[in-house]
Design a protein. Structure first.
Ligand code: ZN
Length: 144
């Protein structure tokens, strides 16, 4: 089994009574031949993922909470339908523009200054597109 980083990106070490809380990985490594009961107990005693994260629309500051309580629904990744739609629209536009600019960059007869302008524009769009990941977003996933 490969070694995982001790601190996962969503598991910032929490302090409890001045001591660093263990991760689930550390906890399970400390138990010889762990049983399902150990795993469940470990969930309570180790670093938790946050119960709120920012809306996945990179230009939105709203939070999305992990659903809890009796009426808990599906967890949402976007704070609103309009944020999800904006995310999809912006992502599609940026992806189209990157593809189109890269096609234009294949032209052999480009002036050096035009090539530089197209490369700069494509680079900025690729940089923006990194804020709009495909993973876990889109068809077959929760819709809001
Ligand atoms: Zn939002």
């Amino acid at each position: 089994m490969g070694r995982l980083p001790t601190t996962m990106p969503d598991q910032h070490p929490e302090r409890r009574g001045g001591a660093l809380k263990r991760t689930l990985q550390t906890y399970l490594q400390s138990v010889a031949d762990p049983s399902p009961i150990d795993v469940v107990r470990g969930l309570d005693e180790t670093v938790q993922p946050r119960t709120e994260y920012r809306c996945l629309n990179p230009v939105c500051d709203q939070m999305c909470a992990w659903p809890s309580g009796y009426a808990a629904g599906r967890p949402t990744r976007f704070c609103s339908r309009s944020c999800r739609q904006m995310f999809d629209r912006v992502r599609a536009r940026l992806a189209w523009e990157v593809d189109t600019l890269e096609e234009w960059l294949q032209h052999a007869d480009l002036l050096a200054k035009d090539r530089a302008a197209l490369e700069r524009a494509a680079g900025q769009r690729r940089w923006a597109l990194e804020r709009y990941p495909v993973t876990g977003v889109g068809a077959g996933q929760p819709t809001s």
